[in-house]
Design a protein around this ligand. Structure first.
Ligand code: AP5
Length: 249
């Protein structure tokens, strides 16, 4: 996470942002797809360390809004926070308005790692239009795949840093000191939407709304399927191997 400024992502295009150094000498523009808890956020952090591009997570954006004074939230953001707590998708209009306010992140010379966006067909089509307008193209869409019952186990043990959003697991990726982030010393918390009943809603929503994007990107020739079983480092190596088609990563 170090060097991941992301001010532009959290505060919008008016924020002065320090573009990341392209760790691999080129700007990667990637979308990470996959069911809730499959490990997209974990891979995005690891890919950021290897490739330099910033992790742009719409879930992190909505969680940041939840931490604000409710009186300061616009009605659309307040509705978004309520949807998230129920495990439902935030309406496309709200998500797309937020993305449009963050256009600079899409044209960033450091590239980007989109984590959790797009999540519906209209969002994917809107992203295509935005990227075409910025004259940039996706390099690949990474689809992380694993049986749903194994994913649910991962969600139960997840802990997230209140400050830098780094992700841990109490068994498979514990912090050095329980409850404390290795990277910034922030306090770790368990997400509200990791309760079993909310996880069920999120999985159902994923199957209905997001899984069809796999076909969408396959038809565009961008899809790379990644087996998400194994340690985070093993999954990272698989990802880098898939991305490595003669270019230095
Ligand atoms: P979001 O934050 O995007 O959540 P999600 O898609 O449900 O994905 P998660 O963050 O739960 O999981 P992940 O795949 O990143 O897994 P992680 O790396 O943490 O969205 C939250 C909500 O916001 C949505 O439900 C929706 O309401 C709303 N929203 C967001 N974007 C939206 C959009 N575009 N449109 C509409 N609504 C939107 O890993 C999980 C755990 O497993 C961790 O503990 C981790 O340490 C562990 N782990 C990871 N990899 C491994 C491994 N290889 N081996 C063992 N353990 C591992």
């Amino acid at each position: 996470m170090s060097g991941q400024d992301r001010l532009g992502w959290f505060q919008g295009d008016a924020a002065a942002c320090q573009p990341p150094q392209a760790g691999s000498g080129r700007a990667w523009r990637l979308v990470l797809l996959g069911a809730p808890g499959v490990g997209k956020g974990t891979q995005a952090q690891l890919l950021h360390e290897r490739l330099g591009a910033c992790q742009l997570s719409t879930g992190d954006l909505f969680r940041a809004a939840r931490g604000q004074d409710p009186c300061q939230l616009t009605p659309a953001l307040a509705e978004a926070v309520a949807c998230m707590q129920r495990g439902e998708l935030v309406p496309d209009t709200t998500v797309l308005a937020l993305i449009r306010e963050r256009r600079n992140c899409l044209r960033c010379r450091g590239g980007f790692l989109l984590d959790g966006f797009p999540r519906t067909l209209p969002q994917a089509q809107a992203l295509d239009e935005l990227l075409a307008r910025e004259q940039v193209a996706l390099d690949a869409v990474l689809s992380y795949e694993m049986p749903l019952e194994l994913i649910v186990e991962r969600l139960g043990g997840r802990r997230t840093c209140t400050q830098c959003k780094a992700v841990y697991h109490v068994v498979t990726r514990p912090p050095q000191k329980a409850g404390v982030c290795d990277l910034c010393g922030g306090t770790l918390f368990q997400r509200e939407d990791d309760k079993p009943e909310t996880i069920r809603v999120r999985m159902q929503t994923y199957l209905q709304s997001t899984a069809p994007l796999i076909d969408y990107y396959e038809r565009q020739g961008l899809l790379r399927r990644v087996d998400a079983n194994g340690s985070p480092e093993e999954v990272l190596q698989r990802t880098l191997t898939l991305l490595h088609d003669g270019r230095s990563v």
